[in-house]
Write a protein that binds this ligand. Structure first.
Ligand SMILES: Nc1nc2c(c(=O)[nH]1)N(C=O)[C@@H](CNc1ccc(C(=O)N[C@@H](CCC(=O)O)C(=O)O)cc1)CN2
Ligand SMILES: Nc1ncnc2c1ncn2[C@@H]1O[C@H](COP(=O)(O)OP(=O)(O)OP(=O)(O)O)[C@@H](O)[C@H]1O
Length: 249
């Protein structure tokens, strides 16, 4: 099956809509789908030309995923879930981080009931206060209160997230589903540009095999090649509605 992802030249049917900041319904009540190498001492200096090219590509790919219609989104989410449910890494995971989709991101929520039924704990990313562009992972529970962060993405409230017992250290997660803006078949990825996941999982570049990092995206977000950045944290797998790719070391 294929997802329609035409990129009509110079044409944008949809404007970026900002979700309203009020009246957010907690996700537990509204799952409509539930039926490189670097050393520590190296400075991480971006090449300005490469940064511009990445920014442009990011814009194009974000528009591409936003233009998928509701049916295509729903189908893609179910296909993704079906593929991920077959993965040994996810089947044995006890602590799984996923995200609440925004701006046409592929929707991982069909996995939530399945994971809960298997007894797995689910964690959501929260923008860490005070430190630059890092994430906390906060457990999604029946009483989780949601709020919109500065990017208008729903996340557990800061008050609850501040409570240590609701959080897990990133290195204690088993699997992280990481939203991608773009990817190539070599396992390089493009994210939203904040470096949130790169910073939070920087420890993976040196040692740890845990967590298993699974980049997730619509198949139409694949590009032929993305240059690797010195700060990139390598993905272990990439999963889309069309396939699951294992990234070789
Ligand atoms: N669903 C979801 N949640 C997520 C992420 C994500 O990619 N998807 N993140 C993954 O990192 C973190 C948030 N990172 C983000 C980084 C940049 C922008 C963004 O929209 N940037 C704007 C400029 C916004 C501004 O400064 O106001 C832009 O690029 O247009 C959004 C989220 C944590 N939560
Ligand atoms: N470990 C790190 N330490 C310091 N800065 C970092 C680190 N990782 C990334 N950055 C910075 O974050 C910025 C954004 O990186 P990049 O363009 O790769 O974002 P991205 O691909 O969208 O990644 P993410 O999904 O993690 O946000 C870059 O300016 C980069 O220098």
């Amino acid at each position: 099956m294929s997802v329609r992802c035409a990129l009509p030249a110079g044409h944008s049917r949809l404007r970026r809509r900002r979700p309203r900041a009020t009246r957010y319904t907690p996700p537990l009540q509204r799952f409509p789908l539930s039926t490189t190498n670097a050393t520590a001492a190296e400075p991480l200096q971006p090449d300005p030309h490469a940064v511009d090219a990445r920014q442009q590509l990011r814009r194009q790919l974000r528009r591409r995923r936003r233009e998928l219609d509701v049916r295509a989104q729903r189908r893609a989410a179910l296909m993704l879930a079906r593929r991920l449910m077959r993965l040994a890494e996810l089947r044995r995971a006890r602590r799984v981080a996923l995200y609440l989709p925004e701006g046409g991101e592929i929707d991982p929520r069909p996995l939530i009931d399945w994971l809960h039924q298997r007894g797995a704990e689910i964690y959501l990313p929260v923008l860490r206060p005070l430190v630059e562009n890092r994430l906390w992972f906060v457990r999604l529970m029946a009483d989780t209160q949601m709020t919109l962060n500065r990017f208008q993405i729903a996340e557990p409230s800061l008050r609850q997230s501040a409570a240590r017992h609701r959080r897990v250290r990133p290195e204690m997660l088993d699997v992280v589903l990481m939203p991608l803006v773009g990817f190539d078949r070599q396992g390089h990825r493009l994210g939203m540009g904040g470096g949130f996941y790169d910073r939070t999982f920087a420890f993976k570049r040196y040692r740890s095999t845990r967590p298993v990092l699974i980049g997730v995206a619509h198949a139409c977000q694949q590009v032929s090649a993305l240059p690797a950045q010195p700060w990139d944290v390598g993905l272990d797998l990439i999963a889309s509605d069309r396939e699951v790719l294992r990234v070789d070391d």
